[in-house]
Design a protein around this ligand. Structure first.
Ligand SMILES: [Fe+2]
Length: 199
């Protein structure tokens, strides 16, 4: 993804792009975030959302984990298993991201990013929202984020195949993932099309 095009599309994003570039250790965070943005945009278009909304979702994907970047380096970069206390700090990142995006003057992105770990069954975080309380755009981010996380090597987990990831999304549809977003993902990220999606 071209960060210059993002800055051109919305100059308010520039300070946050700089923050993203300061990522001290988990270099995968940037490529993962870009992949989430690209996939979220494609899911939105498949669902028939307006092009403008799809573009805003692309941007939201780029910034979905921006709240992690204010975490202490020893937590963000830790390669060993995280302690429960450290997980508590990690789970604050949607609220931190919300605050950063609100301060940047990007309230639409802030609202969606705040909800990207919520689940239809109410077992997500930070506010344990459920069903219709979760914005559809956040539901798209959630499914795109999980798919890209599963199919890419991350700090605390090895990658699984595209087919396995789609099966996992299918298994968790209705509980972890909103049905409409999950169905669109299955169409957009067919195994033949995924090489370019989350590589
Ligand atoms: Fe996240």
């Amino acid at each position: 993804m071209d960060h210059e095009s993002i800055a051109y599309a919305d100059p308010r994003a520039v300070p946050l792009l700089r923050l993203l570039a300061t990522n001290p250790c988990d270099e995968d965070l940037v490529s993962h975030s870009e992949a989430v943005g690209d996939l979220a945009r494609r899911i939105a278009l498949w669902m028939g959302l307006p092009e403008r909304t799809a573009e805003r979702l692309r941007l939201a994907g780029v910034f979905h984990d921006i709240g992690k970047l204010v975490l202490p380096r020893e937590i963000l970069c830790k390669e060993e298993q995280l302690s429960e206390e450290e997980w508590i700090q990690i789970r604050r990142h949607p609220e931190t991201g919300y605050r950063l995006l609100m301060e940047a003057g990007l309230p639409d992105l802030a609202t969606w990013v705040r909800c990207h770990h919520e689940r239809p069954d109410g077992r997500g975080y930070p506010r344990r929202l459920s069903g219709g309380q979760i914005p559809p755009e956040a539901a798209i981010l959630a499914v795109a984020d999980s798919y890209c996380a599963m199919t890419g090597d991350r700090l605390h987990q090895a990658a699984i195949s595209d087919g396995e990831a789609l099966a996992e999304v299918r298994r968790c549809t209705g509980s972890q993932f909103a049905p409409a977003a999950a169905a669109a993902l299955a169409e957009v990220a067919s195994p033949a099309a995924t090489v370019a999606v989350c590589a």
